[in-house]
Ligand binder design. Structure first.
Ligand code: AMP
Ligand code: MG
Length: 290
């Protein structure tokens, strides 16, 4: 599930269902689903506590990056995993097609501005990884992006991967934990979800004709993602490939990895100095004698 640095992966080798080992298969879907629900609940509570401590400690930040094909479940994962978290310390930013002002800057510009501050959890719903996916699969869109000559060449893509590695390395070195999740759905499951969007009026707003176009480029996207994993899974910010045909599986795994990520930090509440303790004692005394 974790992509080891320098490893060439084939997405088709990764399982998208609920039983990625024999032990789970033996236990059966109902049992696994129930246990997953319990683990998600435990992790939600753990996340609430961990976030409070992250905020009080105020030295580290968490950046969660969610990528995946259309309908992979990015929005729902954010909603479920972060439901117990204090909104004050958490910010979700969704990135769509870049606008004119964004295109007038380098591709990382808009992401810089959205990085989480110390003590905060930032979530990127899509990210700068789109910049090495969409234009790579549809080079024609670069014609309208005022890019310098040579754009679209191998050297151009290599430079983007390098920029991304450097960007993340910089964040990590300065106290940000970068967690990158690829929600891995099968092509069949995407078909089901798209059909459901078309058949359910309350889901119509989620459907975009471009989803169908991109579906025709499924294999191109898979290859582009494989290159992303190869180029940008590093020791300090590895990629996690998350089986996502079942929403409950994806949500449970993502929540678990976030909690584990935060727990690795040496978070603590700021110490109360002796001087400050005296100050507090006096305040308490004043209040009590009122
Ligand atoms: P959604 O996530 O459904 O709101 O869709 C956002 C759309 O914006 C998707 O089709 C993305 O592929 C597209 N998008 C996001 N970032 C970029 C980018 N840098 N270049 C081109 N398209 C992008
Ligand atoms: Mg969409």
């Amino acid at each position: 599930m974790i992509v080891k640095p320098g490893m060439k992966v084939k997405i088709s080798d990764f399982y998208t269902g609920w039983a990625h080992n024999d032990e789970l298969k033996e236990a059966g879907k109902d049992v696994v689903k129930q246990r997953a629900g319990e683990i998600l609940e435990e992790n939600r509570t753990a996340l609430t506590t961990a976030q409070e401590l992250l905020w009080a400690d105020n030295r580290y930040s968490i950046l969660i990056i969610l990528q995946g094909m259309d309908t992979a479940g990015k929005d729902g994962t954010i909603r479920h995993v972060m439901s117990g978290v204090n909104p004050q310390g958490c910010r979700v930013t969704s990135f769509g097609v870049p606008n004119r002002q964004e295109l007038d800057h380098t591709f990382l510009w808009r992401f810089w501005r959205a990085t989480p501050g110390r003590g905060e959890i930032g979530i990127f719903n899509r990210s700068y990884y789109e910049d090495v996916l969409v234009p790579k699969v549809h080079p024609i869109i670069m014609e309208d992006q005022q890019l310098p000559p040579g754009s679209g060449s191998n050297a151009f893509w290599e430079a983007r991967y390098k920029d991304i590695r450097a960007f993340e390395e910089h964040l990590v070195a300065n106290g940000t934990i970068v967690l990158k999740f690829f929600l891995n759905i099968s092509k069949e499951e995407q078909k089901k979800r798209l059909i459901s969007r078309l058949k359910t009026e309350e889901k119509h707003w989620k459907f975009s004709l471009s989803d169908l176009t991109d579906r025709q480029f499924w294999d191109h996207y898979q290859r582009a993602y494989e290159e992303v994993f190869y180029q940008t899974s590093t020791d300090s910010s590895p990629w996690y490939i998350i089986p996502a045909d079942y929403k409950w599986v994806a949500r449970t795994l993502v929540a678990d990895l976030i909690v584990r990520g935060i727990k690795k930090l040496d978070l603590r509440y700021p110490e109360t100095t002796d001087e400050r303790k005296k100050e507090l004692e006096i305040a308490l005394y004043e209040l009590q004698k009122e």
